[in-house]
Write a protein that binds this ligand. Structure first.
Ligand code: G3P
Ligand code: CA
Length: 305
């Protein structure tokens, strides 16, 4: 009974949030072109002068992260892009999941026993058996780990994917994008800046983002050096990135420098209005969030200042 009540309350808040998102998105976006209708979607999108709202792993506030229902909700809430993470299975398939293991977001430990069950040790067929929706509250029945291809089909039907590579080669990802005619209809990002440099070499037209802070071959940054700085931005540009995607450790000066050299700055993962406001004041170009509706609301309220 108690869980039923909680489930309906949660659904109520979900509907409330999505209604807010829908209204605000409508107010803010009515005059903007639908990027999905343009030939170079990703380029057009990042060229926008307003900040973008990016659904982190879909809409994980109200649906199990990195699943098709989560991506669908983020679309309804009006995200400009929808972020996902992918790994590679033992038999070489690209599958969507944040962690390198399936313990946290599926029923794998209950089903198979043990722990630390790595995606890289399992086949696609094995991983597809897993239930990726029952751990969530309220549960999402019949929800599985999507392949990267399935996720792209869901998101690109009206939206733009921000693909984060956790494992796998640039060539494999680009081959899928070429097959599906999605080069530059998506954005690719990674904490592995060599992977981004490989993407740039193989598909120079593809819009790319470097995630940071990270560790580079010849630079293991100290705590102070982890703040976004001209040095990071110059390194990002050398690798062909158009976006520096950073945690909250950014400054107004660094954002201004990024703009001066033709880069945009997106920040992750921002789930409260006060932090979003502070970062928007610094001039960031995109907010990656678990709650797309909340960030839209924050942006709408700023127009009344
Ligand atoms: O999109 C940025 C963010 O997803 C990076 O961190 O750990 O959530 O993949 P993580
Ligand atoms: Ca991610």
């Amino acid at each position: 009974m108690k869980s039923q009540t909680l489930a309906s309350l949660s659904n109520l808040s979900c509907r409330h949030a999505l209604a807010w998102g829908g209204v605000i998105t409508g107010v803010l976006c009515w005059s903007m072109p639908n990027p999905a209708l343009s030939a170079s979607v990703a380029e057009d999108l990042i060229a926008q002068t307003r900040p973008l709202v990016i659904g982190h792993r879909g809409f994980p506030q109200f649906a199990p992260e990195n699943t098709l229902p989560s991506f669908h909700l983020a679309k309804i809430a009006g995200a400009d892009l929808i972020e996902l993470d992918y790994h590679v299975t033992r038999d070489g398939a690209m599958i969507v999941c944040h962690d390198g293991t399936v313990d946290r977001t599926t029923d794998a430990t209950k089903r198979w026993g043990g722990s630390n069950l790595r995606i890289a040790d399992k086949t696609l067929a094995e991983l597809r058996e897993l239930d990726a929706g029952s751990w969530f509250h309220p549960p999402y029945p019949n929800t599985h780990l999507p392949t990267l291809e399935e996720a792209l089909e869901e998101i690109q039907n009206g939206n733009v994917t921000l693909i984060e590579r956790k494992a796998g080669s640039a060539a494999q990802c680009l081959e899928l994008l070429r097959k599906k005619k999605l080069i530059n209809a998506v954005v690719i990002q990674s904490f592995d800046w060599d992977y981004i440099a490989d993407c740039h070499r193989l598909a120079p037209e593809q819009v790319l983002g470097v995630l940071g802070p990270t560790r580079l071959k010849d630079w293991n940054p100290t705590e102070e050096e982890k703040v976004l700085s001209p040095r990071w931005l110059d390194e990002a540009k050398k690798r062909g990135a158009l976006l520096a995607v950073w945690n909250q450790n950014v400054t107004r000066t660094a954002v201004a420098y990024a703009h001066q050299i033709g880069l945009k700055v997106w920040v992750y993962t921002i789930n409260d209005s006060a932090t979003a406001d502070k970062l928007l004041d610094m001039g960031v170009d995109g907010i990656i969030t678990n709650n797309t509706s909340l960030i839209w609301r924050t942006m709408a309220l700023r127009t009344r200042r």
